[in-house]
Design a protein around this ligand. Structure first.
Ligand code: GDP
Ligand code: MN
Length: 388
């Protein structure tokens, strides 16, 4: 799960990571009032769940309260296009007003999980403000990393090593190392998957603070953090993914192809997508109903898939282990009765109660295309999507 910059900054502040003063404005008058409180010179910042806002025109300086009100009106409601939003952009519904900082240096600092090492890693670079992917591609030596042992935690020597690498020495050493420890503490305490500051700035008056803030959270740990869950902004998420999670379908990912996939188990989902690609097609999504033994859940899942206008065929690939094939079959039949569509359904069913499931489908008289194995199912789904 992602949150907005202003929300990540609130969490940072709780853990002692210094951030500029500021708050969200609801309208232009409030933007003017906040700018007044902050001494007149502010930054007006669009809050969307995507980076690159500065280049897209979503971050603007204002040198008076009046100008802050004007910038607010320009940014609020705009369709902000960045390299992370796609060409259609994202509508700006929330705007943050912050005090301007006298920036001397822009750095990069982040904590994330190193999947290969299976450990948290703190990454830092003196080339802040830019896309870190670009820095990594062009000058990988400019990125410094310390891998942390999750049991012993982030140590003072880790912080000093990174501070030296960033040339945060002399009077900057103490605030910089404190900030790093605080960032690591926030990352661990909130079960984050990413805590990123780009740019981390050094000001001309010798302060080190987070000018931008990004936090992503591990969805599987959200049950322990209702205060994080409460920060969810559904306007920023894909509507079908939101609906799926509300219906208890936790693994639904929208993709760009035209074959909808109803599958049980993440491994089977991966194999199904590979098979579709191997047969020359492209999956439209990844929907894993896990061990659901519930007709309604199958119906909900098929409805979510069918609602995507890109979907030209649906591939149901179920291996009944914990799930029973006859229940899945009833779901397929019920879904087709509730919303008769012209979208062809290819079913590859195997496992528990498969004979009963196949019989139910046969006797329903519905035009479900049977497949014998995964390769056959993928081939038939690709053919059906092409013919549509
Ligand atoms: P992003 O483009 O979505 O990553 O948004 P950021 O919050 O990183 O802001 C983009 C850029 O705006 C920063 O890299 C800074 O150069 C600039 N900026 C943001 N806040 C201030 C500020 O207080 N003072 C000045 N001078 N520049 C700022
Ligand atoms: Mn940034």
């Amino acid at each position: 799960m992602k949150v907005h910059e202003y929300q990540a900054k609130q969490i940072f502040a709780e853990f002692g990571v210094p951030v500029p003063k500021g708050r969200v404005a609801r309208d232009a008058d409030e933007a003017r009032a906040i700018a007044q409180e902050l001494g007149g010179k502010v930054v007006v910042k669009a809050q969307i769940h995507a980076g690159g806002r500065g280049k897209g025109g979503g971050v603007k300086l204002a040198n008076s309260p009046e100008e802050a009100a004007q910038r607010f009106s320009e940014i609020s409601g705009m369709q902000l296009v960045t390299h992370q939003t796609g060409p259609q952009g994202q509508r700006v519904k929330t705007v943050l007003i912050e005090e301007q900082m006298p920036i001397e240096r822009e750095l990069y600092l982040a904590v994330l999980i190193d999947g290969a090492a299976g450990r948290p890693v703190m990454m830092a670079s003196a080339a802040g403000g830019m896309e870190i992917e670009e820095v990594a591609a062009r000058t990988p030596e400019a990125i410094h990393r310390v891998t942390v042992d999750a049991v012993t935690g982030f140590q003072p020597h880790h912080a000093r090593e990174l501070a030296f690498a960033l040339d945060l020495t002399g009077p900057l050493m103490k605030p910089a190392t404190q900030l790093m420890s605080a960032l690591y503490a926030a990352f661990v305490a909130k079960d984050a998957s990413l805590a990123e500051i780009n740019p981390l700035v050094v000001t001309s008056d010798g302060r080190v603070l987070a000018l931008d803030a990004k936090m992503n959270f591990d969805d599987n740990a959200l049950f322990r953090h209702p205060e994080v869950e409460a920060l969810r902004d559904k306007d920023e998420e894909d509507p079908s993914e939101v609906e799926a999670s509300e219906k208890g379908i936790s693994n639904f990912i929208k993709l760009d192809g035209n074959i909808g996939c109803l599958v049980n188990g993440a491994g089977l989902a991966m194999a199904t997508m590979d098979s579709i690609k191997f047969a020359g097609g492209e999956p439209a999504n990844f929907l894993d109903i896990a061990t659901a033994n519930d007709v309604n859940k199958v119906v909900d899942a098929l409805k979510i898939i069918a609602r995507d206008p890109n979907v030209k065929a649906i591939l149901v690939n179920i291996f009944g282990g914990m799930a029973r094939v006859d229940v899945i079959a009833q779901g397929i039949i019920e879904a087709q009765r509730q919303m008769p569509t012209a979208i062809p359904v290819v079913a590859r069913l195997a496992g528990t109660n498969v004979e009963e499931g196949e019989r139910l489908i046969r006797e329903s008289g519905l035009p479900v295309i049977r497949a014998d194995d995964l390769g056959d199912a993928a081939k038939k789904a690709v053919e059906a999507a092409r013919a549509a």
